[in-house]
Design a binder for this molecule. Structure first.
Ligand SMILES: *Cc1c(COP(=O)(O)O)cnc(C)c1O
Length: 404
């Protein structure tokens, strides 16, 4: 038996899978570039990118080739050995960032978990045991492990799971005085998303990030950028922090890094590396050769002038098309974000209709995401073609005509 072709449907979901999710009515079975097909052969234009993950579209031929090649060499070694793809990928990350050292994990939450643990370990080893306070921001999202939901700024994700870790404080995003009010010598780290993703595509202001850097330096706290959603090309630069002229002490990446293969990384400096010894943290799969080989190829393709500078042009085209749509429907008040992480801020009178709009869009053959409670989010392939953009927007127009 190689592949058994029993028919599974969306209805099977309710009988088999724990309802932590409420997936759409159709099941994608094939993808190519920015298009996916469902079980019935219906085709969709994908502006969701698997939630900012499939940064080179679906089944990119080079990624397929690399995955295939590596799958015939070696799949898994564990961390009792190192491996060639991990070392090559680490070198690429170090050469193209502020960082000197890399830790690999498997998901955004795990990279953040490592970052939070490391910031506490560093501060309590280097300064004093009470220096363990982490400051994060309301509406932030850092993953679903218990530490990361507790640091995250939406208590609905951490309530009813028993006692939460202590030493976590929340301040208001883009309001520096709310940070000044709570930071002190016991603060070990400030963590933020440069663009709050799940929270509604809200970019941090340049002055806010600069002030955070100054505060961190003053109080010997580490500045952590969670670039799980913004990293590896999404904003038009390899890392979003390059737009801000501020360097972090620790940075996490995941989503776009593997182009669809699960992998994440935490990047940091020589100074912070100094407290690390074997055994204080780890993971079985982190730095898996298959994942690292795919991620290496993903970076090779994205970190080129061609792809990165192309993002601006694609954004311009999307905004152009959205503005035409808005002339007809007055759907949104603002387009937010950076590069191809796009938030369409919906008019208050249409907020209740967002789910209907998404559903109608599926029916017309175009896929969007939401973010926060009033934003339609787009995070398409960084190499989406102009004709896919135009076709997708036409379908969006038809969907709106039927819903509004
Ligand atoms: C998606 C996301 C995470 C969590 O990543 P997982 O891979 O789902 O664990 C963390 N931080 C940010 C900013 C994200 O967008």
């Amino acid at each position: 038996m190689i592949l058994k072709n029993t028919l599974v449907t969306r209805n099977s979901f309710n009988n088999l899978i724990l309802p932590f999710y409420n997936p759409s009515y159709f099941i994608p079975v094939k993808g190519q570039g920015s298009r996916v097909w469902d079980q019935k052969g219906k085709e969709y234009i994908d502006f969701s990118g698997g939630i900012a993950v499939t940064s080179l579209g679906h089944c990119h031929p080079i990624l397929n080739q690399v995955l295939n090649y590596q799958s015939k060499k070696i799949w898994h070694t564990s961390n009792i050995f190192t491996n060639e793809p991990a070392l090559r990928l680490a070198e690429k990350l170090v050469l193209s960032s502020f960082a000197s050292y890399v830790f690999f994990a498997n998901s955004g939450a795990e990279a953040n978990e490592a970052a939070f643990k490391l910031s506490r370990y560093y501060a309590t080893k280097k300064y004093h045991l009470k220096k363990n306070k982490i400051i994060s921001f309301y509406n932030s999202f850092h993953g679903r492990t218990f530490f990361t939901v507790s640091v995250g700024g939406q208590s609905k994700y951490s309530d009813f799971f028993g006692p939460k870790p202590l030493g976590i404080q929340h301040a208001e995003f883009n309001k520096i005085e709310t940070v000044r009010n709570i930071i002190d010598q016991n603060t070990c780290a400030i963590v933020l998303e440069l663009i709050q993703g799940e929270g509604g595509i809200v970019p941090a202001s340049k002055s806010f990030v600069k002030e955070l850097r100054i505060l961190c330096d003053k109080y010997n706290a580490l500045l952590i950028f969670d670039e799980v959603q913004t990293g590896i090309g999404r904003t038009g630069k390899l890392f979003a922090y390059e737009h801000y002229e501020v360097k972090p002490d620790i940075l996490t990446i995941a989503k776009s890094l593997g182009g669809g293969f699960p992998i994440s990384a935490m990047l940091t400096t020589t100074k912070i590396k100094s407290v690390i010894t074997p055994g204080i943290h780890g993971t079985t799969y982190g730095g898996n050769p298959l994942a690292c080989a795919v991620a290496e190829a993903t970076i090779d393709i994205i970190n080129t002038k061609d792809v990165l500078s192309g993002i601006k042009k694609k954004l311009k085209r999307i905004i152009f098309e959205l503005n035409i749509i808005n002339k007809r429907f007055q759907l949104f008040t603002e387009i937010r974000g950076m590069g191809l992480l796009i938030g369409i801020v919906v008019e208050s009178k249409f907020i209740k209709k967002i789910n209907d709009i998404l559903h109608a869009s599926f029916l017309e053959g175009v896929i969007f995401l939401t973010a926060g409670n009033n934003v339609i989010r787009m995070a398409p392939s960084l190499i989406i073609t102009e004709s896919d953009i135009v076709e997708g927007m036409n379908r969006f127009y038809c969907a709106l005509k039927k819903t509004l």
